[in-house]
Design a protein around this ligand. Structure first.
Ligand code: TPP
Ligand code: DXP
Ligand code: MG
Length: 637
């Protein structure tokens, strides 16, 4: 049981916490930790990141007046404490659940959620935008971007820092440094932050040296000049946060992010300081829950778990698509030393952890830098290597131009392992990967495919490795029917679909995760005496035109089924194909994701909501055939 939450329950808005003593704030922090642990252990969620920002969030709401002052949470996965302090205690038990509150900031949910996030590294740009308009309209409020050390590795964050230092707007960047992205953070900036976390002697050294230099008696012009030069170069080594200072920010820190008093007083000081400020706060990811402190990457985003043991309650049935992908890539890499793998800060999520251990020289974690990952892969391909870039569908959106401009335009054989394609579940609308078929298929030279199951994923990977052009393979979160151990894994002819079930009444064309539900629908249709043909198209591009034409000769009725936005996706490709072929007498219905952002919830439930289920397919088949007066008596139920 969660125990007494008497202080937390009293907080209806941040104003309530402003009146509390520091002693009570410490107790409040403890209650918040306990409650977050309790809810996330049941619902799953981003536990470690939230446990790390409890005191920081309390301090922010003590010093600033939300929503007048605008607090922007980068990525937003660490906004649970903020939610609890801004009047959402009652709804919090439904965190990440269907129709419950989101795991990310949502404007519809609260006036305190100023800017929606989910993808990384946007907060500083948003903050500068607010600051510009505030000044233009002569309003008075503070703007605060809270960004993690991981999110700071993203290109957008650098672009925004560069710009913000230039325009010198009054606003604050809180750099929440826990030395972790999802996995340990990487890169030069991360090493720089590590140096900044230096021991207190560092400060002493700085002030001592400054004192000595300032007190050397002036003995002639040239000596004075030399001293100035020495001071100038020493400051690079001695002034904390010099990099940020040079960019135009006033740097505060590093400070202990779990010391509410210290954070509050620094925030107060920053508030009084003009221009852009950066406050470097050191926190511990997973703070207060032993298992999360010891294993913050595992508890970054966790499924429901047992609090006492830290173990996930429903362990996965079998390996996920990501694991099958990662394992099989290792097998292929054993045989082919040209294969290299790239991740943008997600070695575990993408299944590349084993690859990184077996082939450390051929594995590259670039940080949260999808654009950089793709262009880097282009150059590697140019040098005769076979780069495999594994990125979640939703984050690949970041690298759209790089895919076109650096990879496809030069027709380079980069393999895109597009993970988490389709509905991802509880992370909700920022994370569903439902646009990739649409944004990849119109790019010249690109081959786009999607496997119906894990065995086919392996076949597609072999196919991709042999390809001389860019290839994208998209596959869903979690697992499918599993790998068929008896099945030989062979390459697939590019652009060839397969008929899985012959039928003369209607053609159900499906791709990827929708192939098995289509087969199921065809089985159900036999009860209506409808004989449906089911095709696993496998390739969105090039689409199997020959097969489509043959099918059109058997039946003019088509249903396309895809777990992707209807606009511009697989169904659209089929329509366009028939239009190109001047085959206008066909009846084609497309099933997929409608033109709206889907909310959070279990994938099965969300699919049901939009009728992307075997039953939904059956209903559509019946509607089409009935409206066509097709075999009237046959379709009677
Ligand atoms: C563009 C983009 N790429 C990848 C991710 C996946 N992701 C979510 S949180 C995270 C790590 C963030 O680290 P940090 O900002 O330091 O936050 P922490 O969890 O350590 O508090 C990553 C890689 C994302 N949300 N957005
Ligand atoms: C916040 C974020 O973007 C990631 O942590 C994401 O939630 C991971 O998703 P998976 O759980 O599907 O790996
Ligand atoms: Mg971090």
């Amino acid at each position: 049981m969660v125990g007494n939450l008497h202080l937390l329950k009293r907080i209806k808005s941040p104003e309530d916490l402003k009146k509390m003593s520091y002693n009570d704030l410490e107790i409040l922090a403890e209650e918040i930790r306990r409650y977050i642990l309790e809810v996330v252990s049941k619902n799953g969620g981003h536990l470690a990141s939230n446990l790390g920002v409890v005191e920081l969030t309390i301090a922010l709401h003590k010093v600033f007046s939300s929503p007048r002052d605008k607090i922007i949470w980068d990525v937003g996965h660490q906004s649970y404490v903020h939610k609890l302090l801004t009047g959402r205690f009652d709804e919090f038990s439904k965190l990440r659940q269907y129709k419950g509150i989101s795991g990310f900031p949502k404007r519809k949910e609260s006036i305190h959620d100023i800017f929606e996030t989910g993808h990384s590294s946007t907060s500083i740009s948003a903050a500068v935008g607010f600051a510009h308009i505030r000044d233009l309209t002569e309003e008075k409020y503070e703007v605060i971007a809270v960004i993690g050390d991981g999110a700071l590795t993203g290109g957008m964050a650098f672009e925004a820092l560069n710009y913000a230092g230039h325009v010198k707007k009054d606003f604050i960047v809180i750099l929440n440094d826990n030395e972790m992205s999802i996995s340990p953070n990487i890169g030069g900036l991360s090493s720089y932050l590590t140096r900044l976390r230096a021991d207190p002697a560092y400060y002493k050294l700085k002030s001592d040296v400054e004192y000595i230099l300032n007190n050397i008696p002036a003995i002639g012009k040239s000596v004075a000049k030399t001293i100035e030069r020495v001071k100038g170069s020493l400051k690079y080594f001695l002034v904390p946060g010099m990099l940020f200072e040079e960019l135009g920010f006033k740097y505060f820190g590093p400070l202990d992010g779990h010391n509410i008093k210290q954070v509050v007083s620094t925030l107060e000081m920053a508030k009084k300081t003009k221009g852009p400020k950066i406050i470097h706060v050191i926190t511990k990811k997973g703070k207060g829950y032993r298992f999360a402190e010891e294993n913050p990457d595992y508890f970054h985003g966790i499924a429901p778990f047992d609090i006492d043991t830290g173990r996930v309650i429903k362990p996965k049935k079998g390996p996920s698509y990501s694991e099958v992908f990662g394992d099989f890539l290792c097998t292929l890499a054993e045989r082919n030393d040209k294969i290299v793998a790239i991740t943008a800060a997600m070695p575990d999520g993408t299944g590349l952890r084993k690859f990184s251990q077996r082939f450390p020289n051929r594995f590259f974690d670039v940080g949260i830098a999808e654009q950089h990952a793709v262009t880097m892969a282009a150059a590697m391909a140019m040098e005769g290597f076979i780069p495999v870039v594994a990125i979640y569908s939703t984050f690949l959106q970041r690298a759209y131009d790089q895919i076109i401009h650096d990879v496809c335009l030069q027709n380079l054989p980069v393999i895109f392992a597009v993970d988490r394609a389709g509905i991802v579940g509880e992370d909700g609308e920022t994370h569903h990967g439902v646009f990739d078929l649409s944004f990849l298929r119109h790019i010249p030279n690109m081959v786009v495919m999607s496997p119906k199951d894990e065995s086919e994923l392996k076949s597609m990977l072999i196919t991709a490795v042999k390809s001389s052009s860019p290839v994208a393979i998209r596959y869903p979160r979690g697992s499918g029917i599993g790998v068929d151990k008896n099945q030989d894994i062979n390459p697939i002819e590019i652009g060839r679909g397969e008929i899985l079930r012959k039928g003369k009444d209607i053609n159900i064309l499906s791709i990827g995760s929708m192939v098995y539900p289509s087969l199921e629908a065809a089985k159900m249709l036999t009860d209506h005496r409808i004989d449906a043909c089911v095709v696993n198209c496998r390739f969105l591009k090039p689409i199997d035109g020959e097969l489509l034409k043959r099918l059109a000769e058997i039946s003019p009725y088509f249903i396309t089924v895809e777990e992707n936005a209807l606009q511009g996706g697989f169904g659209s490709a089929v329509l366009e194909f028939f239009e190109r072929e001047n085959l206008f007498d066909l009846k084609i219905k497309r099933l997929g994701i409608p033109d709206k952002f889907l909310l959070q919830g279990p994938r099965e439930l969300l699919l049901k909501e939009i009728d992307l289920t075997p039953e939904g397919i059956v209903n559509d088949v019946l509607t089409i055939l009935r409206s066509e007066n097709f075999g009237r008596e046959k379709t009677k139920t």
